[in-house]
Write a protein that binds this ligand. Structure first.
Ligand SMILES: Cc1cc2nc3c(=O)[nH]c(=O)nc-3n(C[C@H](O)[C@H](O)[C@H](O)COP(=O)(O)O)c2cc1C
Ligand SMILES: C=C(O[C@@H]1CC(C(=O)O)=C[C@@H](OP(=O)(O)O)[C@H]1O)C(=O)O
Length: 389
């Protein structure tokens, strides 16, 4: 089964990920992978750190001549900021633990509970790993998965549909989002809404506060049957929600019309099924977001994630010093005001990993050629049952 782990601290030397279970002979386009990393770094509302970093992958193992070898692929993304932190972060030398010690713990971040759980007096030991810097690794992993899936025309897009109270209610088709989102500073497909979202971020920044939002990820050219109804942990929506909820600051995940299913009658929730010879089996609507019974239906997969506001506020909230327990008003070195646009790129690539995991599991094969053969035979069999690609 395709799996990965990440390692590394926000201000350490590098972020490392190991992805295991990729097929052999997949040609990797590193420009495309690095372009994903760059997208994650952009977006209106980001803080000073992104001016320092220029994320790129450095492959340490599992690839030869740009092609995967079928073994674990190890990926490094360097932290440029490490050079400013060597005396505090060096793993194999003495470090200065006392200066720049963090004991003013921020509400909403992992600082306080991390210190209690791991018995630290310095919340830096917590925040270095809890930081969303780690999402660069997850984007690198997802971008490699996309390279596998593009051999089967499976394509991904993400966009921001809400910042605070500013909500983009327009309905777009996949290609429209794809053509417009990358030129938007907030990764919103609509220019009027983009302007409103930017004003919302400016307003909140002036108030020294932070803001969250909602992102949507769409996947097209899927086949029916990724995931399974046969066991709870084989349901693709369940597994995907787990991976998405594992992204820093994600507090909600919904598929299709999401929580609205609770207030509508069944006739306005289920997607009616039709068949004609030209298009094969189709759904009239896609309210359930392309998933039934824990399996992809073959329609577009639609998943949305709610991101909470950034916990580090320039207008600090009441908190305590974790060591003296005295009241403390947290000070801020630097932080993002809004990272929802960046988060849309993270969610998109996390979704790509999960789709790739289920795709490889369903189709099977160790080399790309074998997988292509198995894929064609699966699609042919579905064709005999009335489903058309
Ligand atoms: C792309 C991205 C950037 C983030 N930037 C910051 C930041 O600059 N400052 C901050 O305090 N939290 C930031 N966060 C959120 C925290 O990492 C997150 O709230 C924290 O790890 C606690 O986890 P939880 O919110 O899931 O409970 C960011 C999250 C993401 C996804
Ligand atoms: C470094 C990234 O995001 C960081 C996520 C983050 C946090 O607490 O989650 C805090 C900030 O880090 P720093 O304290 O170094 O400014 C963000 O910049 C990144 O996205 O690459």
């Amino acid at each position: 089964m395709l799996r990965y782990l990440t390692s590394g601290e926000s201000h350490g030397q590098s972020l490392i990920s190991i992805i295991d279970g990729l097929p052999s002979n997949v040609e990797l386009n590193f420009d495309e992978i690095n372009a994903e990393l760059k997208k994650r770094q952009c977006g209106y509302g980001r803080g000073g750190r992104m001016k320092i970093e220029s994320d790129k992958v450095n492959i340490l193992g599992g690839v030869r001549g740009k092609k995967t070898l079928g073994g674990p692929v190890s990926i490094e993304v360097k932290n440029r900021d490490y050079q400013n932190w060597t005396e505090y972060m060096a793993p194999m030398d003495d470090v200065d633990f006392e200066t720049r010690k963090v004991d003013n713990v921020r509400p909403g971040h992992a600082d306080l509970v991390g210190c209690l759980k791991y018995d630290f007096t310095d919340a830096r030991n917590v925040l270095e790993r809890s930081s969303a810097r780690e999402t660069a690794s997850r984007v690198a992993v997802g971008a490699i998965c996309k390279q596998v899936l593009k051999n089967f025309d499976i394509d991904f897009v993400s966009h921001v549909i809400q910042i605070g109270n500013v909500k983009d209610e327009n309905v777009y088709d996949f290609d429209y989002i794809k053509n417009n989102v990358d030129s938007s500073e907030v990764r919103c497909a609509n220019k009027d809404m983009e302007a409103k979202m930017i004003s919302q971020i400016d307003e909140i920044k002036n108030e020294r506060d932070t803001i969250g939002g909602v992102v949507e990820v769409r996947v097209k050219n899927l086949i029916p049957g990724l995931g399974s109804y046969t066991q709870f942990d084989r349901k693709i929506d369940g597994v995907m929600a787990m991976h998405l909820m594992g992204i820093q600051a994600i507090k909600g995940v919904e598929f299709g019309i999401g929580f609205d299913v609770a207030k509508l009658p069944g006739s306005k929730v289920m997607d009616e099924i039709v068949y004609n010879q030209e298009d094969g089996i189709k759904r009239v609507t896609n309210r359930l977001g392309g998933i039934e019974g824990g399996m992809t239906t073959g329609e577009e997969l639609v998943v949305r994630c709610a991101m909470k506001p950034i916990p580090t506020l320039y207008k600090p909230l009441n908190s305590i010093n974790v060591n003296t327990l005295e009241k403390y008003e947290a000070t801020v070195e630097r932080s993002d005001t809004c990272a929802v646009p960046a988060c849309s790129v993270v969610c998109e690539n996390v979704v790509a990993f999960v789709i790739c995991q289920f795709f490889l599991d369903t189709i099977g094969g160790s080399s790309l050629e074998d997988i292509k053969r198995n894929y064609n035979s699966y699609v042919q069999r579905l064709g005999e049952r009335g489903w058309k690609k």
